[in-house]
Ligand binder design. Structure first.
Ligand code: BMA
Length: 331
């Protein structure tokens, strides 16, 4: 049994047992998608979004493209993690006006460290880079410096400090749709200066695991276990019909997460349902958040489907960790 470190009891975690006949280690919620594209008055689509336990329920920061297809992030609240009340007004930040000015904001992650909820997202600042902000109450939001120079996407923080330093994964990229991409990890003493950039993971050889052979990116905030950090990450295959986004999982060394101990060769979730294969961008499953109940090991992963709606998938840490080890990419 893997032990969750520093985790929280979540007796009300969204959950549904594995359906009869399903042999997969991760399975989809039968009522997917949980958030439909028109869930708010102004939304064209609500997808790649992050949620965390908050109060007696959950809070979230949602990527919503409006009907002008402006990409922005919005706050939402839920009692059960499934039915969400999402604001019509985008989130706004206090901070240096040169940094808080809006170009575009997308693919948020939310990471609780001590008493702050940090938000990281892909932030338009003369090109895509990683925006960083925080809140205590999901009402007032403060924006810090952008973590990196453009071009970068998928900034994901670790939920505790290492030797008093914040740690963040990211995926250096380009101005466009980026046909390449490795994951790096960087540290910061103060959320202003980020450095000690270390390589973590690259795409796999086509003949070993093709779903992750073009580019990869970190997904939800990683979960600490006594076996290492459990990281869900997306992987991309460039097909003759465009990119296909699936996701799998890796185990990172607890003390030095730039060391990948195992990563799954098979995917966990690959676009195959109508809501994953049809939408504004077909064939995309893009995870940005994972809830974990420290008592039962239950995990609920939130993922954007077809850049249009938000869906849920379930697994259990006690089955997933042995599965990753048994199905690891051979080095
Ligand atoms: C990536 C990001 C994601 C999106 C994905 C698939 O580059 O823009 O927001 O889900 O492409 O379109």
């Amino acid at each position: 049994m893997a032990k969750i470190i520093g985790g929280q009891s979540l007796p009300n975690i969204p959950w549904e047992d594995r359906p009869a006949g399903c042999k997969d280690v991760m399975w989809r919620y039968s009522a997917n998608p949980i958030i439909k594209r028109d869930a708010t008055r102004i939304s064209n689509s609500i997808f790649n979004s992050a949620v965390v336990p908050f109060g007696n329920g959950y809070a979230g920061v949602f990527r919503c493209d409006d009907k002008c297809i402006r990409m922005n992030i919005f706050v939402g609240f839920s009692d059960d993690g499934i039915n969400w009340n999402i604001s019509d007004e985008p989130l706004s930040f206090e901070g240096d006006p040169d940094v808080t000015r809006f170009e575009y904001r997308y693919d948020p992650r939310v990471c609780k460290i001590e008493d702050k909820y940090f938000i990281t997202w892909c932030n338009g600042y003369h090109g895509p880079t990683i925006g960083v902000g925080y809140t205590y109450d999901f009402k007032t939001f403060y924006q810090c410096e952008n973590a990196f120079l453009p071009y970068n996407r998928n900034g994901v923080m670790f939920p505790r400090k290492f030797n008093d330093k914040y740690l963040m994964m990211s995926r250096p990229s380009d101005t466009g749709h980026t046909p390449f991409g490795d994951i790096f990890v960087s540290e910061s003493p103060d959320l202003v200066y980020w450095g000690k950039h270390r390589f973590m993971m690259k795409p796999t050889p086509f003949d070993k695991s093709a779903w992750q052979c073009t580019k990869i990116g970190p997904g939800p905030v990683p979960i600490e276990t006594d076996e290492g950090w459990l990281l869900f990450y997306h992987g991309v295959l460039q097909s003759c019909n465009g990119f296909i986004y699936s996701f799998g999982a890796a185990i990172l060394d607890r003390d030095d997460p730039s060391k990948v101990l195992y990563r799954s060769a098979p995917y966990l979730i690959h676009p195959s349902t109508p809501y994953e294969c049809t939408g504004d961008v077909p064939n995309v499953c893009f995870p940005c958040a994972a809830l974990c109940d420290a008592d039962t090991g239950r995990i609920a992963v939130y993922y954007g489907a077809a850049d249009t709606v938000t869906a849920l998938a379930f697994t259990n840490v006690n089955e997933l960790i042995p599965w990753i080890k048994a199905n690891a990419v051979e080095e």
